[in-house]
Structure formats: C-alpha cells, structure tokens
Design a protein around this ligand. Structure first.
Ligand code: TXA
Ligand code: MG
Length: 354
C-alpha cells in the first residue's frame, strides 16, 4: 500500500488534509495523526473492520482494547451506557486534554474496538487537528499509539513513518508532539476510581476533582506477578532493543557505579549508553550519552524519553543505564509517576540502588 504523507503546517488545522483524512476513515481506512500526547493510529471506532485493520497494522494482540477518541464531550453519552457524575466533573476539568476514562460501553461500540470488554476507554484530545479530523470522520475514532506493537510510542511523524509506512493509507505530519507520554487512564467503573496508566493529568490533579483515587497495583512494581488492569500495560511495551537498567542513589554513587559498568562493557566490546540529566551527563563515559534535560523540568523529561529510547535502537546500543527521574514528584502523585512508570516498563523493572 502507498502511504500518503501530508504536512499539516502552521496551526495544524489544514482543512483540506483533515477532510481527506476524515473521508479515508469513514471509508474504513487507517490514518496516523498527531495528538497532544503521542501520534495515534486512527480507524473508525464504530466499524469492526477498521479495528481489525488497526490490530493488523500494529501487529497488536486483539485482546488489547483501543481508546475511542471524540471531538465533543456530548458524544460521551453515545459510547458509554452510563455516565457517572465523576465522569462529568473530570470532563469539565480536563477535556479536551490528555485524560482517558473507562466507562461501561454502549451497544454502539463494537466488541472488536474494546478487545471484547464491556467497558470502553474514551478520550477527547486537545490537539486542534486531531479534533477536526475526528469530526470529519463522523465523530468516533479508535486510536492506539501509532507504533508497531512493542516499540515506544511515536512522538514525531518520522517515527510513525519508520513503523507504519506502507501499512496504512495516510500519515498526517504535525511535527513534534507537546507531551510525549500517552494519556492518563482512569477507571471509573470501580470505587474508588483507579489510575490504570499515569500521565500528564497527574494523580494529584485527579484527587482534587474526585477525592480518593487509587493506583493500579502494577504501576511501579511487578506486584507479585499480578496482571495490570489495562490489558495493554502487560505487554513488553516501550522497550528498547538493548537491555536497560535504572540506577538510583546519590549522584556521585550513581555516576561511579555506571562508569564502572560502562568500562566493563567497553572491554567486552559491548556498545553502551546512558540516559542522564544535564548536570551529570558530562561525567559519563558511555559510547552514547543522551541528555534528557534538567532534572527539575519533568515536562521536558517526559517529552524526550521515547525519542531517546528510539535513538538507542537506531544507534544499536546494547547495554543501557538510566538515572532515575522525578522520584520526589512521584511520591506526591506528580508527573514523576508517568515518567517512572514508562521508564520502569522500558527497563523491565530492573532497578539497582547504589
Ligand atoms: O495518549 C493516548 O492515549 C494515545 C493517543 C493516540 O490518544 N493512545 C494510546 O492508545 O496510548 P494505546 O492503545 O496505545 O493505549 C491504550 C491503553 C492500553 O493499555 C489498553 O489496554 C488500555 O488503554 N485500555 C483501553 N480500553 C480499556 C478498557 N476498556 N479497560 C481497561 N484498559 C483499557
Ligand atoms: Mg500504545
């Protein structure tokens, strides 16, 4: 298949391109598009064939449900069988934006889209191009992240092209995304509501609206072999090809420990890499050292993380070490939760304390 690639340009609202994308989606085709979090791989959420095509294009197991993207809040009542008061309050506070809610599904949404579940994940993105496209597509776009299953979610169109060229009808290029980590997922079918995937809308922010909010037990640990409640979180996701280990501790100890490992890697002819904050990056002696940003600027760290993991793959790095980020903000329910959740998954939960 020839994949048509269109740059959205200034403001990301190129009406003609978005109309064409909407038409492709209505006809059952697939379009990758930018959102404020990561690029999505869109198909008509109400068309079972489109959902099947999405799974095939990603190489994704079909028990892993898709998120239904809306362009206006009122459509929530069409895809959810019940809309609790809590969902209305969250929509008022955070939509359009990077928050996905799990609710009981209506009959309008086919089981193919929800991976056979009776619940549906719903989100209303704030990206203006994404919203227009969803409107032109008829209002309901199923979209997982636009990566091949197992690879980090794409934060720019060039990564979408790497994974999806030749597999889908169209890619809308909207440049680099703003947030860089997938939306927060909150399950409103349980009491208290549970965070299934932390994101830019933090636990702290959700608690302000909802009161008590719990974390899925598997967000930061393997939790005695328990399965995560969001089916997609159980897969070896976000994973670079090489082996990644997180090293926690006082700065000097971390640098000394990692440098020792890097020396050994070099002796053994193994290509090594480091993810470091800007204050320590110059102290590492790895083959590839990636500066993720100022350790106090968590929004920058979030935006850079997936790109760095992909760069390690491109540069064939086999053994990687990462500093730990946002530990203090993670403890109080800030953005550090999302950063460490993804980093821990990328590292297969290998953490060393020094
Ligand atoms: O930011 C985002 O959410 C991006 C952009 C494109 O909007 N999309 C995204 O989709 O990250 P995806 O498919 O890569 O991740 C969706 C996650 C998966 O872990 C899936 O298992 C979970 O949401 N999920 C979807 N429906 C669910 C449901 N009914 N119950 C529990 N988890 C669900
Ligand atoms: Mg994904």
């Amino acid at each position: 298949m020839d994949t048509k690639i269109v740059r959205l340009g200034e403001g990301n609202t190129d009406e003609e391109a978005l109309r064409e994308a909407g038409k492709i989606l209505k006809a059952g085709g697939l379009v990758a598009f930018p959102t404020e979090t990561v690029y999505g791989l869109g198909g008509d959420a109400l068309n079972p064939d489109s959902s099947r095509k999405i799974y095939a294009a990603k190489g994704r197991p079909s028990d892993n449900p898709l998120i239904v993207h809306l362009w206006r809040t009122e459509d929530l009542y069409l895809v959810a069988r019940e809309v609790p008061e809590s969902a209305i309050r969250l929509a008022e506070a955070f939509w359009p934006g990077p928050l996905t809610m799990i609710l009981p599904k209506s009959d309008l949404v086919p089981k193919e889209t929800t991976g056979g579940l009776d619940t549906v994940a719903v989100r209303l993105p704030s990206h203006p191009g994404a919203r227009k496209m969803i409107e032109f597509a008829g209002g309901f776009v199923a979209a997982p992240s636009a990566n091949l299953s197992g690879r980090p979610s794409p934060t720019s169109a060039k990564y979408v092209m790497e994974d999806m060229n030749g597999r889908i009808e169209m890619i809308l290029d909207g440049g680099e995304v703003g947030i860089g980590l997938e939306s927060t997922i909150i399950d409103l079918t349980v009491e208290p509501p549970q965070i299934l995937r932390p994101g830019f809308i933090t636990g702290e922010m959700l608690s302000e609206v909802l009161g008590k909010v719990e974390n899925d037990a598997t967000l930061f640990s393997v939790a005695g072999g328990q399965a995560p409640r969001a089916p997609g979180m159980k897969y070896r996701h976000y994973a670079p090809k090489g082996n990644l280990v997180i090293v926690q501790g006082e700065k000097e100890n971390v640098v000394a420990y990692v440098n020792e490992k890097l020396r050994k890697a070099r002796e053994n002819g193994v290509r090594s890499g480091v993810i470091a904050a800007s204050d320590t990056a110059a102290e590492y002696e790895g083959d590839v050292v990636k500066t993720i940003g100022d350790r106090r600027d968590e929004e920058v760290i979030a935006r850079r993380l997936y790109g760095i993991l992909r760069e390690f793959d491109d540069e064939n790095v086999e053994e990687m070490y990462s500093e730990s980020f946002g530990d203090e903000s993670r403890a109080r329910g800030g953005l550090g939760q999302a950063i460490m959740n993804r980093l821990l998954k990328a590292a297969g939960h290998q953490v060393i304390h020094v």
